[in-house]
Every structure is written in structure tokens, then in C-alpha cells.
Design a protein around this ligand. Structure first.
Ligand code: PEP
Ligand code: MN
Length: 264
């Protein structure tokens, strides 16, 4: 069902209020790795509004490698995120980690993110097949393109056709970067599937200085959008500061992404 053989026309998701994801527009989604406080969100949201970015990412349930690391503000943080985003016309993209969270998060989310560690959590995918909100599925840490498409098929076949595929880098033998952003996946996914494809250069390379280059490369490879991490002071971010752009870097990237998209 997610294949081009089944549907030739590219899928474009309409999130309302003039926000779409899919062919014809460049979807830009930026925000901190983790939602930390109302003050932090206000600064990020002001930055997004100033730059015409309508989608904000930010985790309230964080999958951390260490159990002692910051694991997110949970539902309290999401309620604040939702209220502040609504006041500013911003749409929310945030990670859901388990089945029980789908229902409680539902009314506060515009796009459910399935993280790389949950790409093959088939119970979660089944649950998301039953909701009427878009789902962005990230490629598994060691997942193949075919496995990502199969995960999307779970949600689609469950009844939810509002899907976005996200290339966020895979684990390879290379240790010079956090992950290996597989830009090959972009044209391959676009050819195999009618679903929108988004690139996450932040997790893809994991090194702040190189994030803009990989974001621009993602657009030239044919991505329908980019999702990346930004924070007022990346050095103090609760998670993923080393791959997070400050607002100056973010503003420059937004300008360049729009210019590069025009060249396609
Ligand atoms: C994130 O988006 O902050 C995140 C945890 O991503 P991933 O699941 O790709 O590691
Ligand atoms: Mn992150």
C-alpha cells in the first residue's frame, strides 16, 4: 500500500492552517532535541515564527541510551508545548514511545514521531494505524530501506494513510560521525513509495558544524523536507547539544534550504 505500484501520485499531507508535507513544498521542521521549559520553548518558537517555519520538533518522552540521562518532561511538558504552539500557529512533531501514550498524547500532537529505536515496535505501529493523525517513522538504527517501508506498511494497512518516512542515519562501521546519513535512501524511497520523505541531518551526522551541509544535500537528493535540532544555547541543551544548531546557524540554514529547493 505504501508502494508506487499501488499509488502513483505522491501523497501530500495537509496538517491544516496552510501547512502541508509532501511534493510541491519544502517542509521545514526544527526545534530542540528535548522540550526543557516554557522559557526554552518560547525562544525556539519566536525563532521559528521569525523565519516562517511552521513545524516544531521536540521530545517530551526521550529514548536515552543511559537511564540516568534526561528522559523528558512527559505529558506536562506536552500540554505546555501544545498550548504555546497553538497560540503561535505552530504544528507539533513529537515522539511517542509506547502504545499507552498514543491515546494520552493524541489531542496534543500534530505529527506522531516513531523513533529509530521503535521502528520495529509492531504493537506501537498497529496502535498508530488506528489514529487520524500523521505519523513520521524514522528509519531503524540498523534498519534497511525495505524494513522502513514494511514499518510504514503496518501503519498504512491499519487504516492510517498519513505517513512520512524519515532517513536519520544508520549505524555502520564508520565511527567518525555519530551515524552514517544514507542519502541513497532518499531517491530510492521516493521511487519505491508515494509517501513524503524527510531527512534528519542532526542525528544523521551528529556533528553540529556539518549538519547544514548534509541538510542541503538532503534537499538536493530529493527530500520533501528537513527536520533538525536547534536551541538558543546548544551547549546547555538537555540532550544532543553537540549536533544542535544555534539560532544564527539555523536562520542561515533555513535561507539556504529555500534557495537550494528552488534549484531543483
Ligand atoms: C530525536 O529525534 O531526538 C531522536 C531521538 O531521534 P532518533 O529516534 O532518530 O534517534
Ligand atoms: Mn535528538
Amino acid at each position: 500500500l505504501v508502494s508506487r505500484k499501488w499509488r502513483v501520485k505522491p501523497t501530500v499531507l495537509d496538517l491544516g492552517d496552510g501547512v502541508t508535507i509532501g511534493e510541491g513544498t519544502l517542509a521545514l521542521c526544527a526545534g530542540p532535541c528535548s522540550i526543557e521549559s516554557e522559557a526554552q520553548m518560547e525562544k525556539v518558537m519566536n525563532h521559528l515564527v521569525e523565519n516562517g517555519v511552521r513545524l516544531m520538533r521536540g521530545g517530551v518522552f526521550k529514548p536515552r541510551s543511559s537511564p540516568y540521562a534526561f528522559r523528558g518532561l512527559g505529558m506536562d511538558g506536552l500540554r505546555d508545548f501544545h498550548r504555546m504552539a497553538r497560540e503561535r500557529g505552530i504544528k507539533i512533531v513529537t515522539e511517542v514511545m509506547q502504545v499507552s501514550q498514543v491515546e494520552e498524547m493524541h489531542d496534543f500532537v500534530d505529527v506522531f514521531q516513531v523513533g529509530a529505536r521503535n521502528t520495529q515496535n509492531f504493537n506501537l505501529l498497529d496502535a498508530l494505524g488506528g489514529v487520524d493523525k500523521p505519523v513520521m517513522i524514522k528509519r531503524g538504527i540498523s534498519g534497511t530501506i525495505e524494513e522502513l517501508l514494511s514499518s510504514a506498511e503496518y501503519v498504512f494497512s491499519g487504516g492510517n494513510e498519513k505517513l512520512i518516512l524519515c532517513e536519520r542515519g544508520i549505524r555502520t562501521f564508520e565511527t567518525a560521525s555519530r551515524n552514517t546519513l544514507d542519502l541513497n535512501a532518499v531517491p530510492i524511497l521516493k521511487a519505491k513509495s508515494h509517501l513524503p520523505v524527510i531527512v534528519d541531518p542532526s542525528h544523521g551526522i551528529g556533528i553540529r558544524e556539518y549538519v547544514p551541509a548534509m541538510a542541503l544535500a538532503g534537499v538536493l537528493a530529493g527530500a520533501d523536507g528537513i527536520v533538525y535540532e536547534t536551541h538558543e544555547t546548544p551547549e546547555t541543551a538537555a540532550s544532543d547539544g553537540a549536533q544542535t544548531l544555534d539560532f544564527d546557524e539555523s536562520a542561515r540554514l533555513i535561507r539556504n534550504l529555500r534557495r537550494v529547493y528552488q534549484l531543483r
